[in-house]
Design a binder for this molecule. Structure first.
Ligand code: COA
Length: 242
């Protein structure tokens, strides 16, 4: 590993170089699931079985934007893909309607405003490679995603960004708090999967009732509630320069 790097942050293009991007995204996502299995609602086993077409779909579906942090050793050309490694990622999913965004009452989420008043996005899958952590890159990735939302919208003016963090992932909760996110309830893993657009990963018998299926690919314990955070402070959107 070189001692100094130049870092860049960008959304993955949905058209240019999509097959090469899908390979790099797959490699990084599988590393995330393997090195941090307790942090995500999906698993390495589930996603390692995805086909090449599944990975391309992930990057090209209309309701998702995937943001990358890339590292280029100092003195090398960041536009040359051979010199640049993708080392971090975060995904935005949205915009979601009020009906789709609302969690069951037990989650304790504050009431949602109308679709005319507010646009809603879910942030998910934040990850940086362990050897690059503690350099502010995770925070900058989130900020790049938030800046993207600010830059492309015209109306509605207000935006809510929500994320669901596994209970006990205190480092990440602290990172989000520093970005302005506040506590907004507690959701089950099933609710988190639905919010993240991963409903298809829920075992069928779990989706129908709250019994824990013996055949579940991973444990879905209905009594454990993960932490819901939102960024909704309007001053954060209006005070930042465009
Ligand atoms: C959460 C995560 C993306 C943070 O990435 P990062 O690049 O270290 O982020 P930052 O440098 O912006 O902030 C990390 C903070 O956590 C602290 N930290 C926690 N674990 C650390 C580690 N292993 N190395 C360095 N810093 C660490 C740092 O002190 C830093 O706080 P500071 O700004 O006060 O110094 C990364 O730890 C990760 O990928 N974790 C596993 C996946 C995960 O939990 N994702 C979140 C799902 S909701």
């Amino acid at each position: 590993m070189a001692s100094t790097y130049t870092y860049s942050f960008f959304p993955i293009s949905k058209s240019v170089g999509i097959h090469a991007s899908a390979q790099k995204y797959r490699e990084l996502r599988l590393k995330a699931l393997k090195t941090s299995p307790g942090s995500f609602s999906s698993t390495y086993e589930i996603e390692a079985a995805f086909s090449d077409a599944d990975w391309v779909d992930r990057l090209t579906v209309l309701d998702r934007e995937v943001f990358i942090c890339a590292a280029t050793p100092s003195g090398r050309d960041p536009s040359c893909s051979d010199d640049t490694q993708w080392i971090g990622q975060v995904t935005l999913r949205g915009p979601s309607s009020r009906a789709d965004f609302e969690l069951p009452a037990e989650a304790g989420q504050p009431p949602q405003r109308s679709d005319e008043e507010e646009e809603r996005w879910q942030m998910l899958s934040l990850f940086t490679l362990p050897e690059y952590r503690g350099r502010g890159l995770g925070s900058k990735l989130c900020q790049a995603a938030i800046d993207y939302l600010r830059s492309y919208r015209s109306a509605p003016r207000d935006v809510q960004v929500r994320l669901i963090v596994k209970a006990g992932n205190d480092v990440t909760v602290e990172l989000y708090r520093r970005l302005g996110f506040v506590h907004a309830g507690r959701a089950t893993l099933v609710e988190a999967l639905i919010a993240n657009g991963d409903e298809h990963l829920i075992p069928k018998d779990q989706a129908r009732n709250s019994a824990i299926p013996e055949t579940a690919a991973f444990p879905l314990v209905p009594t454990v509630r993960e932490i819901v955070l939102t960024l909704q402070d309007e001053s954060r959107w209006t005070n930042l320069p465009y």
